[in-house]
Ligand binder design. Structure first.
Ligand SMILES: Cc1cc2nc3c(=O)[nH]c(=O)nc-3n(C[C@H](O)[C@H](O)[C@H](O)COP(=O)(O)O)c2cc1C
Length: 329
């Protein structure tokens, strides 16, 4: 059923899934014609921003959903996911789950959105009927609580700037984020992983500015009160909506990650672009304020927040991904 050529095709599609800071922690191994192992590269972590490993496991979930969508496009389906958590080996690889595949199954309509989904971090087009129509359709999407464009979105953006400033002010946080940024094209990792200048929407001058602000100038800029005004979420909030992504309390983040990817694809399927603003859910102050203003259904927790809207024409994905040869182990 599965040969190595088809396996490579499936993994190439699965690798388009989002991952925190684009660390791409998921590895894959073909075990048999109907069996695949999902592994973790334990060296790819963000211990300061994600000490519990929640976001890494959520990223594995997104990759798993990516594989499931890819399988559907190629006449296959994942029929069993068995958790198989063993300690990592000397090479830093740790098995997470064993997947069993079978033939058949319908093509998931969300699979059509995989190729065009990417993190859009720029400004949105002005509000128009297309946006209103798309938001109307998303109102019934699972796991999303929509906040339409307007003052409530501006309030969330302001909260996001405060949350972002809170984390950036912590030296360890800032250093970790900076270490995953690829601000110069001459960085050999620019197209491989992390957050490159193009994906972040920085031109060359802005990229240099950011490397100074997040690097040596930060303590000085902070002292003279210049870091907070440089935060960007507020300035980008116009024309956009926000969506609170929520899932059942106590859920395994692997499952949460599958739903996270599906929610993002549902937004893209309505012709919109989006990007998570994790700091809003990660900072207890902003998370509590958000849930107080926008109550979630009972038994649900706030996992993340998407900013979403209509992306200007021609803004395609700026993908940085590890080569397949490193993802298949
Ligand atoms: C759990 C999780 C949290 C994320 N949080 C943020 C975030 O706060 N800000 C942001 O700009 N991107 C965030 N992202 C998006 C990733 O940076 C993005 O998926 C990755 O760089 C790959 O790029 P792509 O989405 O364009 O394929 C997050 C992704 C995941 C899976």
């Amino acid at each position: 059923m599965l040969d190595s050529d088809l396996f490579r095709t499936l993994i190439a599609e699965a690798s388009l899934a989002p991952s925190v800071h684009n660390i791409q922690p998921t590895r894959w191994r073909l075990l048999a014609a109907d069996a695949v192992l999902l592994l973790e590269d334990e060296r790819r972590r963000v211990p300061v921003a994600d000490p519990s490993g929640h976001d890494v496991r959520l990223s594995h979930g997104a990759a798993l959903e990516g594989l499931s969508l890819a399988c559907g496009r190629h006449g296959l389906r994942i029929v069993r996911v068995e958790m198989d958590e063993r300690p990592g080996d000397a090479s830093g690889l740790r098995v997470i789950a064993r997947l069993t595949l079978a033939a058949g199954g319908p093509i998931d309509p969300l699979a059509a959105a995989v190729a065009s989904r990417h993190s859009w971090r720029g400004r949105f087009q002005p509000i128009d009927a297309l946006l209103q129509d798309a938001l109307g359709k998303l109102a019934t999407a699972p796991d999303l609580l929509l906040v339409p464009p307007g003052p409530a979105v501006a309030d969330i953006a302001e909260l996001a700037d405060r949350a972002g400033f809170h984390f950036l002010s912590a030296d360890a946080h800032r250093r970790e984020l900076f270490a995953w940024m690829r601000l110069s094209r001459s960085d050999p990792r620019y197209d491989r992983d992390g957050l490159n200048a193009q994906a972040m929407g920085f031109g060359p001058i802005e990229a240099t500015g950011v490397s100074l602000v997040l690097g040596p100038l930060f303590p000085w800029l902070r002292r003279i009160g210049l870091v907070e005004p440089l935060s960007r979420e507020r300035s980008k909030a116009t024309h956009g909506a926000m969506a609170l992504f929520h899932r059942p309390e106590g859920e395994d983040p692997l499952e949460t990650g599958r739903a996270f990817y599906r929610a993002w694809l549902a937004i893209v399927a309505q012709g919109l672009g989006a990007c998570p603003v994790s700091v809003l859910a990660d900072w207890p102050v902003s998370s509590a304020a958000l849930v107080a203003r926008h109550p979630l259904p009972a038994g649900r927790r706030l996992v993340n927040v998407f900013r979403l809207g209509r992306v200007p024409p021609g803004a395609g994905p700026a993908r940085a991904r590890l080569p397949l040869a490193e993802l298949i182990v």
